[in-house]
Write a protein that binds this ligand. Structure first.
Ligand code: TYD
Length: 128
């Protein structure tokens, strides 16, 4: 059973600013098939509230702050705050995820699969 994990990506800060980067299969544990981003959300907006059957994700708050609450089918909890652009969270399959966004938060998501609604579990009852 894969576990959630917080990643600290390499950065190159210099006088011109900061640059952070990641590579598939090296800094994230899968081939990146899809990238999506969430922005212009109302403050304290809750997103997610679902799990994926097989899809893996890494999410990054490139701006602002995102509180993430994860729960496994056994009821294990993993909570974290993404508040730095060089920090990412690995979300394994079969972990229910809920994200709460600060004002101006900008989230980038990297996914191991192409979008497929059949990979979503959207019912808490089905999940547990
Ligand atoms: P959803 O994953 O439910 O949003 P969130 O978890 O952030 O609350 O996606 C919202 C809608 O966008 C839903 O109709 C599916 C669609 N969607 C895509 O078409 N492609 C994608 O890559 C993603 C992430 C969502």
């Amino acid at each position: 059973m894969k576990k959630p994990e917080v990643y600290n990506f390499d950065s190159k800060p210099d006088l011109r600013g900061n640059l952070t980067f990641l590579e598939e299969l090296k800094d994230v544990p899968f081939e990146v098939k899809r990238v999506y981003w969430l922005y212009a959300l109302p403050e304290q907006q809750v997103r997610g509230d679902h799990a994926h059957k097989t899809g893996e994700q890494v999410i990054i708050a490139v701006q602002g702050k995102i509180e993430v609450l994860l729960e496994s089918q056994k009821g294990e909890l993993f909570n974290c705050t993404l508040d730095k652009p060089d920090k990412g969270l690995y979300i394994p399959p079969l972990w229910w995820g809920k994200m709460i966004f600060s004002k101006n938060a900008l989230m980038i998501g990297l996914a191991s699969d192409e979008y497929n609604e059949d990979d979503y579990i959207r019912s808490r009852k089905d999940f547990r």
